[in-house]
Design a protein around this ligand. Structure first.
Ligand code: BDP
Length: 585
C-alpha cells in the first residue's frame, strides 16, 4: 500500500515480519535492547497490524513492547536526506536505527517521520528498533486506565498498525503542498502554498514548475522563481486559475493532480504530485452547502476494525466496505473516533463520499479531572494539527470534528475547544468545525461551532424498548436545539441499537435484528421531517471489538453488518431509506 499516491520519490516499505518482544517490566531501554545484535529468541509479528489478534498471549496486553527488523539501503541513497516514517503506531513510540536514537512520537492515529541519515549505513544492511507503549492514563488522548477501562468504546489495540517506510529526498526538497480551492461558475481558483526546505550550504536560485492535470491532460500551468537561503525553509505562494472546471461532487467525484517540480541549477531536485478536487463547502442560512447546494449526509459512522487485522483495514476490506456503502446508498461517514488511514480516505475522494474527519480527542469526560489541564490542551492541539495537516487537500473532507462526546456541559470544556479551534483554523480555515455532542440541551459549547453534531440513543440507553416515545423525544429535542441555534445546521452523527445477528423477536425487542431495523426507521422519519437537519449517520457500519463489560456481548453490536460484513435485517431497510433520500434537499 502506498503512503501517498504517486509519491514520486524513492521509498522502501518496511511491511513484513518484524521480531517482537513484550517488555512488561519496562527494562528494554535500561538494558539497551536497541543495541542488541541477535533477535533470534524474539517472536515474529506482521507489520502493519496490531499485536493483539496475532497471538492470544498478546490480546489483552497493555504496556511496552519492542519491534526489530533489518533492511538493505541501496548505494544510490547516498547524499540524500532520509526519513523513517510511521503512518500509525498506537500509542507512544521511540525509534533507533543501528543503535542510534532517532526520536519519539505520542498519539496513536497520526503519522510521523524521523530523520535517519546520521544513523544509517548506505549500501549495507541496517537495523531498525521501535519501542511501543500503549499504556493508557488519564492524560493520554484518548484517556483510559486499562484494556477494560478505556474512556472510549473501541478496542485499545497496540503496535505498529499502519505502514512503516523509508523515504529519500534531496537536500533541496518540497516538504508540503497545500491547495485551497474555490469555484465561481466554471472557473476554479487554486491557492497553493508550497513549503520548500533547503539543507544546502549555499544560497540557491530555484524554480518551481506547477502543472495541473485533468487525467493525462495538462489544463493549467505556472512557474515561480525565488532564492532560498542556506539551511532555510520557505513557503512559496502561487495562485492558479483553472477554466472549464469539472467540480468534485458525490455524483461526479472529479479529481485533478498538481505536479510540482522543483528545479535548481538546471537540475530537477524534487517532484511531488498532489491530488485534489475543486469544490466549495460552506455553512449559510442554516444549511450545509456543497458547491452552493444544500446537502444531506447519509451514511454509517465506522471504525477501523476487522478480525485478526484489528485496526489495520487491508485494501481488500476497504474495497469491500466501500462497495457495500455504495450499494446501500451512503454518501458520507465520520471517521469516528480518530483519523482513519490515508487509503481509507483515498477511496472517499475517488468515490464521492463526504467525510467528517474526527481527531483522536475522544473520551475527554468523567475520569479526566480538568479538561483545561495544560497537558491535555497541548496534546489535543498537537493531534488536531497532525490530523488536519494530513488530510486538508482532500475534496472528500467537508468538516472537522474536534471531539467525540466530551463533557461539553462542563464550563472548562470551552477553554479546550477554543484551543482546538485555534489550532484547526491555523492549520486549515476552509472547513466548518464541529464536535459530536451527547449533552444536547445541557451543552455549553454549541455556540462555538459551525455545525451542530449530536449523538442520540433514545430507545437504547434511555426509553428502552419504547420506540414510539423515543421518536417523539428525538423530535422535540431536535426542535429545541434548533430554536436555540436556528442559524446552524444539525447533523445526527450517531443513532443506533445493538442487534445480535440471528436474534429475532416479534414484536421487536432490544438486541433483536427487528428492533434495530425499527429504531433506524423511526429515527430516519424524524430526521427527514426537519429541514434544518443536514444528515444522519447510523451507529455503526459493522460490529466492532470493544473492551470487556457487562453492557457488551464481546463486540459492540450496533453494526448493520456483522464484524465480518454479513448483513443484518437492517441492511435492506437502510438501503430502501437511503436510496429514497436525495443527496440534495
Ligand atoms: C456513543 C459513543 C460511541 C459508542 C456508542 C455506543 O460516541 O463511541 O460506541 O455510544 O454506546 O455514545 O454504542
Amino acid at each position: 500500500m502506498m503512503v501517498e499516491p504517486k509519491f514520486g520519490r524513492e521509498m522502501i516499505e518496511l511491511s513484513g515480519f518484524w521480531h517482537f518482544k513484550l517488555d512488561p517490566d519496562k527494562k528494554g531501554e535500561e538494558e539497551k535492547w536497541y543495541e542488541q545484535q541477535s533477535f533470534q529468541t524474539w517472536d515474529k509479528l506482521y507489520v502493519p497490524a496490531p499485536w493483539n489478534e496475532q497471538d492470544s498471549a498478546y490480546t489483552w496486553y497493555m504496556g511496552t513492547a519492542w519491534y526489530e527488523r533489518e533492511f538493505w539501503l541501496p548505494k544510490d541513497w547516498s547524499g540524500k536526506l532520509i526519513l523513517v516514517g510511521f503512518e500509525g503506531i498506537n500509542y507512544r513510540a521511540k525509534a533507533w536505527i543501528n543503535g542510534v536514537y532517532l526520536g519519539e512520537h505520542e498519539g496513536g492515529f497520526t503519522p510521523f517521520a524521523l530523520r535517519a541519515e546520521r544513523a544509517l549505513k548506505i549500501g549495507e544492511s541496517n537495523r531498525v528498533v521501535v519501542m511501543v507503549d500503549n499504556t493508557l492514563t488519564k492524560k493520554t488522548v484518548p484517556p483510559g486506565e486499562g484494556m477494560n477501562k478505556t474512556y472510549f468504546d473501541f478496542f485499545h489495540y497496540g503496535g505498529i498498525y499502519r505502514e512503516a517506510y523509508l523515504l529519500a529526498v534531496s537536500k533541496l526538497h518540497l516538504k508540503d503542498v497545500w491547495i485551497r480551492t474555490d469555484l465561481k461558475g466554471t472557473e476554479g481558483t487554486l491557492d497553493i502554498d508550497l513549503q520548500v526546505i533547503s539543507e544546502l550550504e549555499k544560497q540557491y536560485f530555484c524554480r518551481l514548475n506547477l502543472e495541473v492535470f485533468d487525467g493525462e491532460e495538462l489544463t493549467a500551468e505556472s512557474r515561480i522563481s525565488f532564492m532560498i537561503n542556506p539551511n532555510a525553509e520557505k513557503t512559496v505562494y502561487q495562485k492558479i486559475v483553472v477554466k472549464g472546471v469539472k467540480p468534485w461532487s458525490p455524483e461526479s467525484p472529479h479529481l485533478y493532480t498538481l505536479r510540482a517540480t522543483l528545479i535548481s541549477a538546471d537540475q530537477e531536485m524534487d517532484k511531488k504530485e498532489t491530488r485534489f478536487g475543486i469544490r466549495t463547502v460552506k455553512v449559510e442560512n442554516g444549511k450545509l452547502l456543497l458547491n452552493g447546494r444544500p446537502i444531506f449526509l447519509k451514511g454509517c459512522a465506522r471504525h477501523e476494525d476487522f478480525p485478526v487485522l484489528g485496526k489495520t483495514l487491508h485494501g481488500a476490506v476497504l474495497r469491500k466496505d466501500y462497495g457495500l456503502m455504495k450499494e446501500i446508498g451512503c454518501n458520507s461517514f465520520r471517521t469516528s473516533n480518530y483519523p482513519y488511514s490515508r487509503s481509507h480516505l483515498d477511496f472517499a475522494d475517488e468515490n464521492g463520499f463526504l467525510i467528517i474527519v474526527e481527531t483522536p480527542a475522544v473520551g475527554l469526560r468523567k475520569g479526566v479531572e480538568r479538561l483545561d489541564d495544560p497537558e491535555i490542551i497541548g496534546k489535543v492541539r498537537k493531534m488536531t494539527r497532525e490530523t488536519i495537516q494530513r488530510d486538508r487537500n482532500r475534496p472528500s473532507v467537508v468538516m472537522y470534528s474536534l471531539f467525540n462526546e466530551p463533557d461539553s456541559d462542563r464550563e472548562e470544556f470551552r477553554t479546550l475547544l477554543q484551543a482546538a479551534k485555534e489550532e484547526a483554523a491555523e492549520t486549515d480555515p476552509t472547513r466548518p468545525v464541529t464536535f459530536a455532542s451527547c449533552r444536547h440541551l445541557d451543552d455549553r459549547a454549541l455556540d462555538m461551532v459551525d455545525v451542530l453534531c449530536h449523538n442520540f440513543y433514545y430507545g437504547w440507553y434511555s426509553l428502552c424498548g419504547e420506540l414510539e416515545e423515543a421518536g417523539k423525544v428525538l423530535s422535540r429535542t431536535l426542535d429545541e436545539i434548533h430554536e436555540k441555534y436556528p442559524e446552524k445546521p444539525i447533523v445526527v452523527t450517531e443513532f443506533g441499537a445493538d442487534a445480535i445477528a440471528g436474534v429475532h423477536r416479534h414484536p421487536p425487542e432490544m438486541w433483536s435484528e427487528e428492533y434495530q431495523a425499527e429504531l433506524i426507521k423511526t429515527y430516519w422519519k424524524v430526521l427527514l421531517s426537519k429541514d434544518y437537519v443536514a444528515g444522519g449517520h447510523i451507529w455503526n457500519f459493522a460490529d466492532f471489538r470493544v473492551g470487556q463489560s457487562p453492557g457488551r456481548t464481546t463486540l459492540n453490536r450496533k453494526g448493520i453488518f456483522t464484524r465480518t460484513r454479513e448483513p443484518k435485517l437492517s441492511v435492506g431497510v437502510v438501503k430502501e431509506l437511503f436510496t429514497n433520500t436525495p443527496t440534495y434537499r
